[in-house]
Design a protein around this ligand. Structure first.
Ligand SMILES: NC(=O)c1ccc[n+]([C@@H]2O[C@H](COP(=O)([O-])OP(=O)(O)OC[C@H]3O[C@@H](n4cnc5c(N)ncnc54)[C@H](OP(=O)(O)O)[C@@H]3O)[C@@H](O)[C@H]2O)c1
Length: 141
């Protein structure tokens, strides 16, 4: 619960993510990861995604529109989002999945090529079964 509170905090810091990962590795080494409440399925995968999403949230906040940074004479904005392709037919899934890698990649490409001012930041995009770009759900990281 404490970990959830930290990760959901608007003031989440990079150091706190590192501490979370270190604690996970310690719990694995000590054989206490189950009793410490880490996910029981796809454990290392889930924790690595948790860290990635959390770090994306930190970066999105650091480079948000109200906190743009200067590069030479121009002000640059950076969007930081996560994109989950859903159950996709790739090597990882041994070819199983509800859609092809091409379909997932084409939607991801549309997203990253949006003009900077139309591209949101700090979002989690999830591609569900047979969704079109318009239907791609998004929520706050
Ligand atoms: N497929 C799904 O259903 C699904 C669902 C949700 C999320 N995802 C996520 O989507 C991403 C891509 O997954 P995928 O299904 O395309 O997996 P994949 O078929 O296993 O492909 C992974 C790719 O990552 C490369 N790679 C692995 N370790 C690397 C490293 N240390 N440095 C550089 N490249 C590395 C691999 O290169 P080599 O071929 O050279 O090894 C391979 O091209 C992953 O982050 C996965 O978690 C996939």
């Amino acid at each position: 619960m404490e970990m959830k509170r930290i990760l959901e905090s608007e003031d989440l810091k990079e150091e706190e993510i590192k501490e979370m990962v270190k604690k996970f590795l310690r719990d694995v080494r000590n054989g206490t990861w189950k009793s410490q409440g880490w996910p029981s399925y796809w454990t290392d995968y889930a924790v690595s995604k948790l860290a990635l999403n959390a770090y994306s949230k930190v970066l999105a906040k650091r480079y948000n529109i109200n906190n743009s940074y200067k590069l030479g004479n121009t002000t640059k904005l950076m969007s930081v989002n996560c994109f989950c392709p859903g159950f996709t037919q790739t090597s990882m899934t041994k070819g199983k999945g509800t859609h092809t890698a091409d379909h997932a990649a084409s939607l991801a490409t549309i997203l990253v090529l949006l003009p900077p001012h139309h591209l949101p930041t700090g979002k989690f995009f999830l591609l569900r079964n047979n969704t079109t770009f318009q239907q791609v759900a998004n929520s706050k990281l």
